[in-house]
Write a protein that binds this ligand. Structure first.
Ligand SMILES: *[C@@H]1O[C@H](CO)[C@@H](O)[C@H](O)[C@H]1NC(C)=O
Ligand SMILES: *[C@@H]1O[C@H](CO)[C@@H](O)[C@H](O)[C@H]1NC(C)=O
Ligand SMILES: *[C@@H]1O[C@H](CO)[C@@H](O)[C@H](O)[C@H]1NC(C)=O
Ligand SMILES: *[C@@H]1O[C@H](CO)[C@@H](O)[C@H](O)[C@H]1NC(C)=O
Ligand SMILES: *[C@@H]1O[C@H](CO)[C@@H](O)[C@H](O)[C@H]1NC(C)=O
Ligand SMILES: *[C@@H]1O[C@H](CO)[C@@H](O)[C@H](O)[C@H]1NC(C)=O
Ligand SMILES: *[C@@H]1O[C@H](CO)[C@@H](O)[C@H](O)[C@H]1NC(C)=O
Ligand SMILES: *[C@@H]1O[C@H](CO)[C@@H](O)[C@H](O)[C@H]1NC(C)=O
Length: 441
């Protein structure tokens, strides 16, 4: 730790909420990314999203290849929203964990306020003395949005991640005056793919990789896309993903949460002679797009104003299928995640499989995947392992030069590690592993 980092902590504390030592930053980045130029795909209504999924999953074609017209160099200046946190005043570190969320979430994945933050990855890392920077990936959340087919693609996001890493090392992030000499890249899912991708292109710009919700087996992606039942994001949550012109005014989010909507709907149905139990009505609202329609009926909630071509899984049932292990997560947290979910762009899906096939990174790599992960393990990381100890363990082949590779399988956990009762169990494994592999705070 250099004296500069200590100074930065002192200067930042003034602006922090007392207990958590975190600040929201907006980071301007300039990037240049060589990436795909795809044919235009219509995204007018939900059926267009379904057509996209059908084409994407068709085993007779590589849809990315079908749409690819050539390559382009994207250059641009963008704004990246981030949450920066430092440990208790007085603790010192020059090691920072740079956190990249996966599809369907934003930077808050790492610091879920639910249940007084007891699912927070950030809290666990701070307690071990690390600083953390969680970004909204380029194109998502409060970071700049752009053309969802030809701008917001994986390669551009990797360039953003690499640029921010260099800025951290060189004290160039506005709002962070300290210098971080060690940057550990921690990802979840697509964020892990991008962290891996960074290590393949810029192996000298990372000091360690923690890839959660990850394997290098692409066999389960089509089932995941199918289960998402993708819809146009701005139609799925018009009041949150759409813009203010969609109208507001009647605030029904509070009564919905308190259960009053269930009673009102039941009263209405009774009047027209339909007898449904309140449990059935709750099901019909909470597990379908009815709940998504209601989300955002609140003047103070951000309107993200996502253009068509930003897609979202349809409802809570899709979310459970792809992220959650029944019986091992709190239903209220699942509903919370549904109410704060984020979209995916068509361009991201078309480029998710285009990472380099191996990384020359020489430092330590830890993969942590839930045993019942559907997207990266097909529901069981110990099945069909083809000789490796687990499906994630086979990722070792992508790191031929690493000093240390380990795959850890977290029990009773599906893809959304963060939302399971034992999330902090996995998070403690990660911090301990970093500590014994030369990356203590
Ligand atoms: C950062 O933004 C989040 C989300 O809007 C908010 O809850 C939090 O209070 C902000 N933190 C600070 C320190 O301003
Ligand atoms: C599909 O095509 C894209 C674009 O050419 C390519 O990057 C990707 O590797 C291909 N995927 C497979 C599985 O061949
Ligand atoms: C996104 O930005 C808006 C407007 O500044 C703010 O109200 C909102 O809390 C932010 N959300 C997150 C998750 O940072
Ligand atoms: C990384 O650093 C090593 C040693 O300084 C150097 O030989 C290598 O070319 C660098 N690799 C890249 C991709 O910059
Ligand atoms: C809001 O959405 C409508 C419909 O997509 C669009 O025509 C309009 O330009 C948007 N308004 C803003 C301020 O982006
Ligand atoms: C509206 O959203 C704000 C910010 O998320 C929240 O504090 C408030 O409780 C919400 N109001 C209702 C009535 O849900
Ligand atoms: C959070 O608290 C709840 C209720 O006390 C508990 O059931 C759950 O296991 C805790 N989760 C984590 C990740 O610590
Ligand atoms: C929670 O996770 C830790 C770390 O993987 C593991 O050692 C422990 O057995 C898990 N606990 C349960 C109840 O699954």
């Amino acid at each position: 730790m250099g004296p500069t980092a200590a100074l930065s902590i002192v200067s930042l504390l003034a602006g922090f909420a007392a207990a958590r030592n975190c600040a929201n930053l907006t980071i301007p980045v300039s990037i240049s990314a060589r990436q795909g130029l795809f044919k235009d795909v219509p995204f007018e209504g939900n059926l267009d999203a379904t057509t996209f999924s059908q084409n994407f999953n068709n085993i007779g074609q590589n849809y990315s290849q079908v749409l690819l017209q050539g390559y382009q160099t994207l250059t641009g200046n963008y704004k990246i929203a981030a949450q920066f946190c430092v440990p208790e005043a007085g603790s010192k570190t020059s090691t920072i964990q740079l956190l990249s969320h996966g599809i369907g979430f934003d930077k808050t994945y790492w610091d879920v306020p639910f249940n007084n933050y007891n699912y927070s990855y950030t809290d666990v890392a701070l307690k071990k003395g690390y600083a953390t920077l969680a970004i909204d990936r380029f194109g998502i959340g409060n970071s700049s949005h752009d053309d969802p087919i030809n701008v917001v693609q994986a390669q551009a996001e990797v360039e953003v991640l690499n640029t921010i890493t260099t800025m951290l090392r060189n004290k160039k992030v506005p709002g962070i005056t300290g210098s971080y000499t060690k940057v550990i890249h921690v990802g979840h899912s697509f964020g892990s793919i991008q962290s891996y991708w960074l290590s393949a292109l810029y192996p000298n710009n990372t000091d360690g990789l923690v890839l959660t919700g990850f394997s290098v087996n692409p066999a389960f992606l089509p089932a995941t896309i199918a289960a998402w039942n993708l819809h146009i994001a701005r139609l799925n949550q018009p009041l949150r993903f759409g813009n203010t012109s969609n109208g507001r005014g009647i605030d029904i989010s509070a009564p919905y949460r308190s259960g009053k909507v269930v009673g009102a709907v039941q009263g209405f149905l009774n009047k027209v002679g339909v007898k449904l139990s309140s449990q059935d009505i709750w099901n019909e609202i909470a597990t379908t797009e009815v709940a998504n329609l209601i989300e955002g009926y609140n003047h103070s909630v951000t309107s993200y104003n996502y253009p068509s071509g930003y897609l979202a899984w349809s409802d809570f049932t899709s979310q459970q299928y792809t992220f959650l292990l029944p019986g091992y997560y709190d239903l209220s947290l699942g509903l919370y995640a549904e109410s704060t979910k984020q979209p995916v762009t068509a361009g991201e899906l078309l480029t998710i499989g285009s990472s380099p096939s191996s990384s020359p990174f020489t430092g330590p790599v830890l993969v942590v995947t839930g045993q019942q992960d559907a997207a990266f393990c097909g529901g069981d990381c110990y099945a069909n392992t083809k000789g490796a100890a687990s499906i994630p363990a086979a990722a070792a082949a992508a790191f031929p030069k690493t000093s240390k590779f380990e795959a850890y399988i977290q029990p009773n956990t599906a893809h959304g590690i963060n939302f399971h009762y034992n999330a902090t169990g996995a998070y403690n494994v990660i911090q301990s592993w970093l500590g014994v592999h030369g990356l203590a705070a």
